[in-house]
Design a protein around this ligand. Structure first.
Ligand code: AMP
Length: 215
């Protein structure tokens, strides 16, 4: 299956993507994770991306689209993938369509995770992520690790993303509404959008998502 996951920051895209990708046996491709990996490795691409990310802005398309396409061309993604955080504007969605058409394949679904805005800010401000694996997500209130600052899953260090500070979160939400939300209309016109509520327990949301995907 070829799936795009959309939703505001804090909707739980990363968490859901990890479970869904495992259930569906397809790779989880997160452009945010790819940027963060480039930043920690000190690459040129990482240097270009960092200032935009820290400001809560989108990294320019000329950097992002090439990086996403390179990843989608890896052998593990030949039969499907779950895109998390890409596309994030209509021109990226159009570039994705062109790339898929060139391979004579199509998206199967666009899963839209809905969550109220005040919930988003609460979720993100308390979010702590494992340095080893960004799918290991904790929360200072809602999902405390057994030992403060340590990942329950792998023992990695938990940290707060630079762009999870409140002011940056508000900017990211504004960017989501103005630039990313229009892709929902773009994909509705193709009959691909399945909207589910992202409220509730992680496994309940995963179950709703699998049902919406017809699995
Ligand atoms: P995420 O981990 O998906 O929340 O992404 C973190 C940050 O990476 C975003 O706020 C953007 O600055 C950048 N980013 C991730 N994906 C994209 C994309 N498709 N287009 C532009 N910027 C992106």
């Amino acid at each position: 299956m070829r799936i795009v996951l959309v939703g505001p920051p804090g909707a739980g895209k990363g968490t859901q993507a990890a479970f869904l990708a495992k259930n569906l046996s397809i790779p989880h491709i997160s452009t945010g994770d790819l940027f963060r990996a480039n930043i920690s490795q000190g690459t040129e691409l990482g240097k270009k991306a960092k200032s935009y990310m820290d400001a809560g802005q989108l990294v320019p398309d000329e950097v992002t689209i090439g990086m996403a396409k390179d990843r989608m061309e890896q052998p593990d993604a030949v039969n499907g993938f779950l895109l998390d955080g890409f596309p994030r504007n209509v021109s990226q969605a159009e570039a994705l369509d062109v790339a898929l058409q060139a391979d004579d394949v199509k998206l199967d679904a666009v899963l839209d995770l809905e969550v109220p805005e005040d919930e988003v800010v609460k979720r993100i401000a308390g979010r702590r992520i494992c340095r080893n694996d960004s799918a290991h997500v904790f929360h200072v209130e809602y999902k405390q690790p057994k030992t403060e600052g340590v990942c329950d899953v792998c023992g990695g260090e938990l940290y707060q993303r630079d762009d999870d500070q409140e002011e940056t979160v508000r900017k990211r939400l504004e960017v989501y509404h103005t630039q990313t939300e229009p892709i929902i209309g773009y994909y509705q016109a193709q009959g691909l959008v399945k909207t589910i509520s992202a409220l509730g327990k992680v496994d309940e949301v995963t179950a709703k998502a699998m049902e919406a995907l017809g699995r």
